[in-house]
Design a protein around this ligand. Structure first.
Ligand SMILES: Cc1ncc(COP(=O)(O)O)c(C=O)c1O
Length: 494
């Protein structure tokens, strides 16, 4: 494949829209610097894909209403920083900057275990140490029973599928083993369903805001995300407008809906039972497959259980595909997730899967099988920790950032905060100078939306969280007096 096959183009108007409100509040001579800073952030947090050909200087200058000299200076800065590469007479393309001097990783996220960095981009907890050790030790013994086989299993190990099916059944969704496909995490499951059920140009209805990596999977496949705006309604709560969803399906004729009804990421919203019933009915009536992301379902901080969306329809419907994960209830490092749908759809997805991978590692599946036997106790312990962590973060925000308005989620692992000003990207950019990683609101939107919002997870240990918030406060206070960014790593979110 030659390089031109890989590149994308972005017109000046789309580019300007993606830039959002990038100008420094103080204006003046720092325009080029601010412009370069914003482009760098968009590349590093994934909003501006790699290998994208950026608009010509003159066109961008017109679209942004700045002088061509400003754009030229910003592009020069970006070239020096390795974020743009140019070919004379042909244009400039985005690329990942080379590793910072002494940098430990070329992966698109902060190196794990680096305590000098404060990671508020991942809403993901550390592992429950004792249960994890016990499950891992037991799994090593369980492995014996599998060593005589070749180890490839597209659908997943039978004991794990059995344990997942039992967990679904216990949550009110009768499920048989052949209705489960084990995947390498929920993200793999989402990408697999998008790959199997959509084609380039197809529309996929998504909540707006939504989980960025799912939006990326849709985009990467050439499908188009059609936003379904969520709230904020009265009392600034976020919720679904089911009439609007019905109208969107009618107008857009999507190939797929991707929704997160349990502690929606990033808003924390929960779809009520009436909404769930309506959703399944809409999927049935319009024959639109519904990809339900239940990654957060078991991270509940509330008393009442949540009935799975799929339980509101026929138990063997191929139209509802439910994604679950071990990442939030146990640990992201396990990389185990699953899809629960009809048995024929499981077979179809398993057949599609071979172009990506040939199954999950056996040992990790055995570890998750063991952990699932203990899932209720682990969830109870986690709930106590996360409730305290949520309350602590809310208290600190009220004290340190009195103008900010956070949600009060009943589950999940993050707050979605209204900042009162459209400065989220600038804040995320500037935070990197303090070794603080945060993901700006527009990472959760389409075309630069949510610049007034920030997602903050409450998964760091309290002492680390307090240090991170001190840095965030410093960043917030100096927002308008910052110099250009140096040596920074790209960051992923979870
Ligand atoms: C809503 C949602 N879906 C999917 C994922 C990906 O999960 P996994 O680690 O299982 O791939 C996450 C992770 O943060 C998430 O929040």
């Amino acid at each position: 494949m030659d390089r031109d096959d890989l590149e994308r183009r972005m017109g000046a108007r789309s580019f300007a829209r993606l830039m959002g409100d990038w100008r420094p509040a103080s204006g003046g001579g720092r325009l080029a610097e601010a412009l370069a800073d914003r482009v760098r952030l968009l590349v590093l947090d994934g909003r501006l894909p790699l290998q994208t050909r950026v608009p010509a200087e003159r066109e961008l200058a017109v679209a942004l209403e700045v002088s061509r000299t400003t754009v030229a200076a910003a592009y020069d800065t970006l070239r020096d920083a390795g974020v743009l590469r140019s070919r004379r007479g042909a244009g400039s393309w985005t690329q990942l900057p080379a590793e910072p001097s002494g940098g430990a990783s070329s992966a698109p996220y902060a190196p794990v275990g680096d305590l000098s960095l404060f990671d508020l981009a991942h809403a993901a907890p550390s592992a429950p140490t004792e249960p994890m050790r016990a499950a891992a030790a037991a799994a090593v013994h369980d492995l014996d029973a599998h060593l005589g086989f070749h180890g490839y299993d597209l659908r997943g190990l039978l004991p794990l599928r059995t344990a997942i099916a039992e967990r679904c059944t216990a949550r009110g969704l009768p499920t048989t083993v052949d209705q489960i496909l084990v995947t390498a995490g929920a993200q793999h499951a989402i990408a697999l369903v998008v790959l199997a059920l959509t084609g380039p140009g197809d529309r996929v209805v998504v909540e707006h805001p939504s989980y960025p990596n799912a939006l990326d999977a849709i985009r990467a496949h050439g499908a188009r995300a059609v936003p379904l705006p969520l709230g904020p309604g009265p009392g600034r709560t976020w919720s679904w407008d089911m009439d609007l969803l019905a109208a969107t399906i009618r107008d857009a004729a999507p190939r797929l809906m991707y929704l997160i009804p349990d502690f929606q990421n990033p808003t924390g919203a929960v779809l009520d039972d009436a909404g769930r019933e309506r959703l399944v009915e809409l999927a049935r009536r319009t024959s639109t497959p519904l990809l339900v992301d239940e990654t957060m379902s078991e991270v509940s901080l509330r008393d009442e259980p949540i009935r799975p969306v799929a339980a509101f329809g026929a138990a063997d419907s191929p139209l509802v595909l439910t994604v679950g994960s071990a990442s939030k209830s146990f640990w992201g490092g396990l990389r185990v997730g699953w899809i629960r749908t009809s048995a024929p759809m499981v077979r179809r997805l398993a057949a599609t899967r071979v172009q990506m991978d040939l199954g999950n590692p056996v040992l990790e599946q055995l570890v998750v099988t063991r952990l699932l036997a203990d899932a209720t106790a682990i969830a109870a312990a986690r709930r106590i920790e996360l409730t305290a962590a949520r309350d602590h973060l809310q208290d600190r925000i009220a004290t340190l950032f009195p103008g900010w308005v956070p949600t009060r989620p009943q589950g999940g692992m993050s707050l979605w905060i209204e900042l009162g000003e459209a400065v989220s990207s600038r804040l995320a950019s500037a935070a990197r100078r303090h070794d603080l990683l945060i993901s700006a609101g527009p990472r959760y939107g389409i075309d630069g939306a949510f610049e007034r919002y920030l997602r903050l997870p409450f998964t760091l240990r309290t002492d680390r969280m307090d240090m991170a918030l001190e840095r965030l406060l410093t960043t917030w206070r100096e927002l308008d007096r910052v110099g250009p960014l140096q040596d920074i790593e790209p960051v992923a979110v979870a």
